[in-house]
Design a protein around this ligand. Structure first.
Ligand SMILES: NC(=O)c1ccc[n+]([C@@H]2O[C@H](COP(=O)([O-])OP(=O)(O)OC[C@H]3O[C@@H](n4cnc5c(N)ncnc54)[C@H](OP(=O)(O)O)[C@@H]3O)[C@@H](O)[C@H]2O)c1
Length: 324
């Protein structure tokens, strides 16, 4: 039967509702890293995703200064036709590696594309996404991606972290195949305007951090957070700190009960919740070892009932009040 699939926007391509996220695979040793990561384990994770029938993955030049893309390229040697590759441009590192910045000039996007193709060891990128928008050069960046599509180096144009006005602006230049926004039980900001807009305009939605960077898996504890390596960015996230962390861990305990009653885990529930909305094409499930993606791949099979959705909505309202 295979994993469930949904059509990605205007692409004509069906993607599995669970895709593999490879940010953590970029490793640590940078301000947006995830602590130490073993490359062999990363490669095995990508191979496991293929074996499970997952047909797409998401990476970015920004993840570990290109290291995530390099690992993807190594893992997909001889297997490129089994995975659609989505990567991103427009986020560059300062020369001293201390921080990132958004740069969307056309020449820069085109040269980023060349270096991503080399790291990925491929002649085309399936979905090329502008990682973060800026006010000055968004149209220029989109024009550059349209050129790359004409040249056959890129198949589809994707946006990430765009608002509705930004989507409208670039749509006039070239169709937007997908939007990659943050979306999880703890980050619901896209529900009011962005999701309806994507639905009306046939823009696929691939949701990032659906398990809130591991917080909603049921395997995060206050002790684990306290012991996180210095180069794990999550130490600095408000979701992982103080009262927010306390309320989130208490919420996850209750989510676990709902999941266990159906023979699933909290990680499955986090992903199934994001996928309950038909406008969401896929959830990007980050994983750093094969066991993680083996678990989360099963989430696509769980269609939440109306009763479960209501129960979760009540829990989220209570949690939001607690941290107000
Ligand atoms: N466009 C953007 O600006 C943007 C921003 C963020 C993410 N993304 C994309 O979205 C992807 C997913 O987001 P994310 O990686 O931030 O968060 P996520 O998918 O919500 O969580 C992934 C993390 O959760 C933990 N985990 C995963 N499966 C697990 C399991 N079965 N049991 C226990 N723990 C598990 C792992 O971390 P530990 O084992 O370390 O706990 C893993 O790295 C990224 O990889 C990236 O491709 C894009």
């Amino acid at each position: 039967m295979g994993l469930p699939k949904r059509r990605l926007g205007n692409s004509g391509v069906d993607i599995t509702t669970i895709g593999l996220g490879t940010w953590a695979i970029g490793g640590g040793d940078n301000p947006y890293g995830w602590g130490p990561q073993d490359d062999q384990s990363s490669i095995e994770t990508i191979h496991k995703a293929i074996d499970l029938g997952i047909n797409w993955l998401d990476t970015a030049k920004g993840y570990g200064h290109g290291h995530s893309e390099e690992i993807v390229g190594r893992a997909l040697k001889g297997k490129r036709d089994q995975m659609l590759v989505a990567t991103k441009c427009g986020v560059l590192w300062q020369e001293d590696g201390s921080d990132i910045y958004v740069h969307l000039k056309a020449d820069s996007i085109k040269s980023e594309c060349e270096s991503s193709l080399k790291r990925l060891q491929t002649d085309h990128i399936d979905l090329y996404q502008v990682h973060w928008p800026n006010d000055e050069d968004l149209e220029e960046a989109w024009g550059a991606i349209a050129d790359l599509i004409k040249e056959g180096k890129v198949r589809f144009a994707g946006a990430s972290n765009f608002n509705v006005d930004q989507l409208k602006l670039v749509q006039a230049i070239h169709p937007v195949t997908s939007l990659q926004p943050p979306y999880s039980m703890l980050e619901r900001g896209i529900e009011a305007e962005i999701l309806p807009y994507c639905k009306e305009n046939d823009i696929g939605v691939i949701a990032y951090s659906p398990m809130q960077a591991g917080l909603l898996t049921g395997k995060m504890t206050a002790e684990r957070v306290a012991d996180m390596p210095e180069d794990d960015w999550r130490r600095n996230s408000p979701h992982f700190q103080g009262q927010g962390l306390e309320a989130n861990l208490a919420l996850v305990e209750k989510l676990q009960e709902i999941a266990q009653a159906k023979g699933y885990t909290a990680a499955h529930l986090a992903l199934a919740w994001v996928l309950r909305a038909p406008v969401v094409t896929g959830a990007i499930a980050g994983a750093r070892n094969p066991a993680q993606i083996e678990e989360t791949a099963k989430a696509g099979d769980w269609a939440l009932s109306g009763e479960e959705i209501q129960l979760i909505s009540d829990l989220l309202t209570a949690r939001d009040k607690e941290i107000e």
